[in-house]
Design a protein around this ligand. Structure first.
Ligand code: URA
Length: 182
């Protein structure tokens, strides 16, 4: 099996998505032996600047909550995204947009291999893009916070961290999951 270092090198060279202009890659961060993997949608502006997932406003909040519950961010968790590049609107405002189907498809093999290498027991899926990756078709509002078992792993869809910044009640699903894992 390929190791994480070699996989990261492959990701750095990827040029599959023609519609993505800034192809700065944000591969993943954390302990490669962690039992918990948190998968988001795609890096945003801050993540691209720092080349690290979950370092923008929403990510900082997420991590501060995980610390509060008693998790060691460096040791217990591996963070990554479905897409390794930032996806933005074509027009001038360059707002983040949801990844498209073909972009998720282009990036699929990278996350599949990351999961295989890290081999986490628990996977937290932040938002609908991560759910799509796992072919979970149910609406997030019906399924968030619930446990699903796939290939021997426990998978939990939760609201995307940006939704949580806007609506504080949306942190509750993550809270109860992380307490149950602890
Ligand atoms: N930061 C990330 O890296 N990914 C997300 O999905 C949200 C914030």
């Amino acid at each position: 099996m390929i190791n994480l270092y070699e996989l990261k090198k492959q990701v750095e060279l990827c040029e599959k998505c023609l519609q993505i202009k800034n192809k700065t890659k944000v591969f993943g961060k954390g302990n490669e032996h962690a039992e918990i993997m948190i998968i988001g949608e795609a890096p945003g502006c801050e993540e691209v600047k720092n080349r690290e997932p979950f370092v923008g406003k929403a990510g900082v909040k997420l991590k501060s909550y995980l610390k509060e519950v008693g998790f060691d961010i460096e040791k217990d968790i591996y963070f990554c995204n479905v897409l390794k590049c930032r996806t933005t609107d074509k027009n001038k405002n360059k707002k983040d947009r949801r990844p498209q189907k073909d972009e998720i498809k282009n990036c699929r093999t990278f996350l599949e291999q990351q999961i295989e290498i890290i081999n986490p027991k628990f996977i937290i899926l932040c938002g609908v893009t991560a759910m799509k990756f796992f072919k979970i078709a149910e609406p997030l509002k019906n399924i968030h916070g619930k446990e699903i078992t796939k290939n021997g792993r426990k998978i939990y869809p939760v609201y995307h961290p940006v939704a949580r910044v806007k609506d504080k009640t949306k942190i509750e699903d993550l809270k109860s999951i992380m307490k149950s894992i602890k």
